[in-house]
Ligand binder design. Structure first.
Ligand code: ADP
Ligand code: MG
Length: 228
């Protein structure tokens, strides 16, 4: 499809441009942060505090933009999916405890030893983005359920939260660069996640109801199943 190709080419050019700019911003930002920290240490005020946290935010945005600029072919390997998910769960756990979020993992029969063809760091990045969003959606705690199941030639990872949910208007904007409702958000996590799952021949879908919760559904093609 010609249009799709054009679009992905455009995205690659934009990505490279964004990464180039992000890189240039990094150096002065690093020195700015250093002097700001020094100033805050000598004379801590509300203003220096805010300036430091805003510098951190710019830093986070440039980090994500830098990742965009590397559209090089993925380094695919066959990997068991469970260990990748478990590694990310360990990372997210600390934040979950802080938010009073209970995590339940459900592995359906047949999904345990599922192997997918993937670039490990990319799939981990998707899990991290999606799980962090789920935790951040539940500032007053709640339950986060992760289910892993086999569905024909695909494995499906469902991440369901009991968080604030997403309105209809917002749902349409998910995956657009810089769309965020968070004070310190970058609005890049989902765009990057959609992209990565697509590059893996999978699909990422989001369902949500305001005030009830959100369900993120990630499907990836199965290469083989170990120990089945
Ligand atoms: P960020 O997390 O930096 O805001 P994302 O691309 O990860 O950027 O998410 C974009 C927006 O989508 C969030 O700001 C939030 O409004 C919404 N969102 C994503 N996941 C969820 C979720 N699980 N529950 C509620 N809103 C969500
Ligand atoms: Mg996010």
């Amino acid at each position: 499809n010609r249009e799709l190709l054009q679009q992905s080419e455009k995205l690659a050019v934009v990505g490279e441009l964004a990464a180039g700019i992000a890189h240039e911003i990094r150096n002065p930002l690093t020195s700015l942060k250093g002097f700001m920290q020094l100033s805050h240490k000598n004379d801590p005020t509300y203003y220096t505090q805010i300036m430091l946290s805003e510098i951190d935010r710019i830093h986070a945005i440039t980090s994500e933009l830098l990742l965009l600029g590397k559209p090089k072919a993925l380094d695919f390997e066959n990997k068991a999916l469970m260990p990748l998910l478990e590694a990310i769960l360990t990372l997210v756990n600390t934040q979950a405890i802080l938010y009073n979020v209970q995590i339940a993992t459900l592995v359906r029969p047949g999904a345990e030893g599922v192997v997918v063809r993937c670039e490990e760091t990319k799939i981990k990045q998707v899990f991290l983005n999606v799980l962090k969003n789920a935790v951040e959606a539940m500032p007053n705690g709640g339950e986060l359920t992760i289910a892993l199941e086999r569905e024909g030639a695909f494995v499906r990872v469902t991440v369901a939260d009991q968080g604030v949910g997403i309105s209809r208007e917002q749902l349409a904007k998910l995956g657009q660069a810089f769309f965020t409702t968070k004070e310190n958000g970058t609005g890049l996590g989902l765009m990057i996640s959609f992209n990565i799952i697509e590059q893996h021949g999978g699909r990422l879908a989001i369902e949500s109801e305001e005030g009830v919760g959100t369900k993120v559904d990630i499907r990836l093609p199965i290469i083989e199943t170990k120990g089945a």
